[in-house]
Write a new protein. Structure first.
Length: 276
């Protein structure tokens, strides 16, 4: 099935530009570690993980409470605590680990509530490094994308753990709070290509689609759905023999309902690499 409204849907993705050209900026791994977050007179400790997850330590275990990302001189993260969703918009000062900014509350229509600052708990343990320039014309293939991913619909806040396979199929894996199983097809594409969900040709590209078909008795859907994403972040995977391959590590995109009829784009999603 070909997506007839391709140009319309690609317009919805244009604002999610691929950010791969960087110079003299702190590398993402520099921020991994434990941080104090201060807002008003309240201080809490959070733990930033390499895959973009945020955990908060408790007496019994470590709880997942949000995700983080960085772009140029900006640092963003979300925290969920006691059914309250907060969005933090921070500024990185002079390529240091000093971050401050403002806090908004709410999911659909966030509103400003106060300011915040962030400082490392153990600055000496952070692996400070800087990013090199990366070719913006990098085209990925299936080997750069396969593996396990965490997908979150940022409108419904539903989380799914997915695994993308080399045969261009994918399936969901169980998280603790859900037994729903999803599966479908996926492929890479570029802005100049027409999406064909029936094609068996493995494509290269900087964008990705994943589909779910309603007739396959999947409890999540009442419409055919396609996730259209742009690969916005790359990383490296190293092997014991020092071989290195480029992998995609972050995807942003839109959820398209009823793409075989009149497509509706009202929700967004992100995908981050999941490492055991």
């Amino acid at each position: 099935m070909k997506l007839r409204q391709f140009s319309f849907i690609m317009t919805a993705l244009k604002y999610r530009n691929m950010n791969l050209l960087m110079s003299s900026k702190l590398a993402r791994d520099s921020f991994v570690g434990s941080w104090f977050v201060r807002e008003n007179n309240r201080k809490q400790m959070i733990h930033l993980k390499p895959q973009g997850m945020i955990y908060k330590s408790s007496i019994k275990n470590s709880d997942y409470i949000g995700y983080w990302e960085t772009k140029d001189d900006f640092f963003y993260f979300n925290l969920r605590d006691k059914n309250i969703e907060k969005k933090y918009y921070g500024k990185i000062f002079n390529n240091t680990l000093n971050i401050s900014g403002h806090v908004c509350e709410g999911i659909t229509s966030p509103y400003y509530i106060n300011n915040f600052t962030m400082t490392p708990v153990f600055k000496q343990f952070h692996k400070i490094s800087f990013m090199n320039e990366t070719d913006t014309t990098t085209y990925l293939n299936q080997h750069n994308v396969t593996g396990k991913w965490l997908l979150e619909n940022t409108h419904t806040n539903k989380l799914y753990l997915l695994e993308l396979h080399l045969n261009n199929t994918w399936n969901s894996m169980n998280l603790n709070y859900t037994n729903k199983k999803l599966h479908g097809k996926w492929n890479l594409f570029n802005e100049t290509n027409e999406i064909n969900t029936n094609s068996a040709i493995k494509s290269n590209g900087k964008n990705i689609w994943l589909n779910i078909r309603k007739e396959q008795d999947q409890s999540y859907v009442t419409y055919d759905i396609i996730f259209l994403g742009k690969i916005v972040q790359l990383g490296n995977m190293y092997y014991e023999n020092d071989d290195k391959i480029i992998i995609s590590s972050k995807i942003n995109g839109s959820v398209v309902y009823g793409f075989d009829m009149e497509p509706e784009i009202s929700e967004t999603f992100y995908m981050k690499r999941w490492y055991n």
